[in-house]
Structures are given as structure tokens and as C-alpha cells.
Design a protein around this ligand. Structure first.
Ligand code: PCA
Length: 327
């Protein structure tokens, strides 16, 4: 019996060796944004890097543009193990805990240096929150600073009154309401249609997303208000991570650190490139007037107070850290 069993095991092992039938791990990874977006480019580089570092042991297939799983479902799909990993915008989880949209408070962190300091100040709290759901935070990369797209020129917050404004998270929705505009949630792939059918007539987003969605086809003005730099994050199901061998885990973490550093650089470069693209295609790019700036700063103050109240002791911890790290 013992003999037969071990003989069988040996035979199986020999077959596996002979056929090279050792199975590599294959992961599907949904992302919400399209192929033109620098985030998607960075994530595809990340997947390639993982394949190289693991010598093909871990193969990640990226499904962009919400094609495998819609943005709204990505986080729960990873949590439930339907897919082992995915990308989403962090602030989308603000309804679970306000710490997730600390990066979308107007003028709290409005440059890359400030955004980086805020990320250092908030990363641990956010990773802890995700860990409670058995999710591991791999890396996060900011969008370029958020500005204001409109059909008519905007010189004061009052000009936004009654405009139907596209929103993508709680903060962009709140800013619209505080400006007496009317917010509607629209995902990036649906932006051109939402404008052309008149469902929306203004939006807050980055030069990148305006360029990616060919904003010149549906509007005229971009105001470079630089309100905040929201981040996308890549998360992995902890059970899927634990199932990898140690070398693959290590390789995944190293590739993630590299992707974060690369992504922040890509984002900075993208800001200038996308602004140029907008101009080349006839969008009027302007800086905020003093009046507009003051109005938005006031809204920022209100939203900072609201956020601090909602986020409680966790928020306090982040804000204190941020004050120390802030450039
Ligand atoms: N693009 C994404 C998030 C922020 C951005 O710049 C969007 O518009 O939904």
C-alpha cells in the first residue's frame, strides 16, 4: 500500500516534470478606465513587470474600460474573490469611510508635492481599513489636478448656478451642490454621450480625462483650477495573495512599488501633455480669476470642515501627520 502510493506519487511527479505541466497562476484584473489613460498604460506595464519578475509564474490579464466588471462593482468583486485584484478610484469608497476621499477635498492638497505628503499621511489608515475587508493595498497613483470644463466661460462660482454637472465621487457631487449646480454621476466611458445628449453641461475632472474623452467634441472651456488630485488604487484579495508562493508575493510587491513611483511621474508629465492637447484642439484653457478662486476656496474650507467632522479620530490622525509632512 505504502509502496504503491509512493510509486504513484513518483510517477505523477515524473510526468509533471516531463511535460512541464506545472501550472502558472493566471489572474484577471478589471480596471474602470480606457486604454488611452496613463493609469491603464501604467497598469499594463505593471502586469508585464510582474510576469518578468516571476518568470511567467504569475500572469495578470488587464481588462480595461470596465469591460470585465463595472467600476461600481470592482471593489466588492475583489473582496468576494470573483477576481483576485482590480483598480478603482479610492474616493469611490467614501460612503464606507470618509478617509477614502481625503484626496478629494478642494485645496487640501492641490499640488503633486502636497498630494504626495497627504498620501504618506493617509496610506496607513487606508491600508488598515482595506485590511479589515481582507483587501491588500498594492499602490496608488493620482490623476492630474482637477479643473472645470464648461461650455461657457466661468469667472465666478455663481456662473455654475443651475448647470447640470457631471460628478464621479461624493466630493465632486458636494462641490456641485455648494455651487448651486445639479450633479449627476457619470462614468468616464459615458462622458461624450452624456454631453451630446444634454444630460450634463459641465464637469470637474483632469486635463487627462478631458483629452482622453476628446472634450473638444462636446465643450469649449477648461479652467485649470487645480482643486485636488484624486487617486486610483490597486487592491488584491488577501486570500489570493496568500495563495502565491513567497517569491511571487515578493515580486508582486516590488512591481507594485515600482508602478507607484512610475505612475506619479507619468501623472505629472500627463498634466502638461494633456493641457497642450486640449489647446491644440481648440479648447480655451484659462487660469481661475480671483473671484472664482476665492469662491472655490470658500467651498474648500466648508468641505474641509465637513470632512474633518465626518472622519473623526482617523481623520484627525491623517490631518496631523499631513501638517508635519506638508511642503
Ligand atoms: N478622471 C476620472 C477621475 C478623476 C479624473 O481626472 C474621472 O473623471 O472620473
Amino acid at each position: 500500500m505504502t509502496y504503491a502510493k509512493s510509486a504513484l506519487t513518483l510517477a505523477t511527479a515524473a510526468t509533471l516534470l516531463a511535460t512541464g505541466a506545472h501550472a502558472a497562476t493566471e489572474w484577471d484584473m478589471p480596471t474602470p478606465y480606457g486604454d488611452r489613460t496613463f493609469h491603464t498604460v501604467n497598469i499594463r506595464d505593471f502586469a508585464e513587470d510582474v510576469a518578468e519578475r516571476t518568470k511567467g509564474e504569475l500572469k495578470i490579464t488587464v481588462h480595461s474600460n470596465g469591460s470585465l466588471i463595472g467600476h461600481a462593482e470592482i471593489k466588492n468583486s475583489v473582496r468576494r474573490g470573483i477576481v483576485p485584484m482590480g483598480e478603482l478610484i479610492m474616493s469611490r469608497l467614501a460612503n464606507e469611510n470618509p478617509v477614502y476621499d481625503v484626496d478629494s477635498v478642494p485645496y487640501l492638497a492641490a499640488s503633486y508635492d502636497e498630494a504626495w505628503a497627504l498620501w504618506q499621511a493617509s496610506r496607513e489608515v487606508i491600508a488598515e481599513e482595506l485590511a479589515k475587508q481582507r483587501l491588500r493595498l498594492l499602490f496608488a497613483v493620482p490623476w492630474p489636478p482637477q479643473g472645470l470644463y464648461t461650455q461657457k466661460e466661468i469667472t465666478a462660482v455663481g456662473d455654475l448656478r443651475n448647470l447640470k454637472m457631471r460628478a464621479y465621487n461624493t466630493a465632486s457631487e458636494r462641490l456641485a451642490r455648494l455651487s448651486n449646480a445639479v450633479p449627476t454621476q457619470v462614468e468616464v466611458p459615458d462622458i461624450p454621450t452624456a454631453f451630446s445628449t444634454g444630460r450634463v453641461e459641465a464637469m470637474i475632472t483632469s486635463p487627462a480625462t478631458g483629452a482622453d474623452t476628446k472634450a473638444w467634441d462636446y465643450l469649449k472651456h477648461f479652467n485649470h483650477t487645480q482643486l485636488w488630485l484624486p487617486k486610483n488604487m490597486v487592491i488584491v484579495n488577501e486570500r489570493s495573495f496568500a495563495a502565491l508562493d513567497e517569491a511571487s508575493q515578493q515580486a508582486l510587491l516590488e512591481a507594485a512599488a515600482a508602478a507607484e513611483a512610475r505612475g506619479w511621474e507619468m501623472s505629472k508629465q500627463e498634466t502638461e501633455q494633456a493641457l497642450a492637447t486640449l489647446r491644440e484642439n481648440g479648447i480655451v484653457v484659462s487660469e481661475p480669476s480671483d473671484e472664482l478662486k476665492q469662491g472655490l476656496q470658500q467651498i474648500g474650507q466648508t468641505m474641509t470642515e465637513e470632512w474633518a467632522k465626518l472622519a473623526g479620530p482617523q481623520g484627525q490622525r491623517i490631518l496631523e501627520q499631513y501638517q508635519q509632512l506638508k511642503p
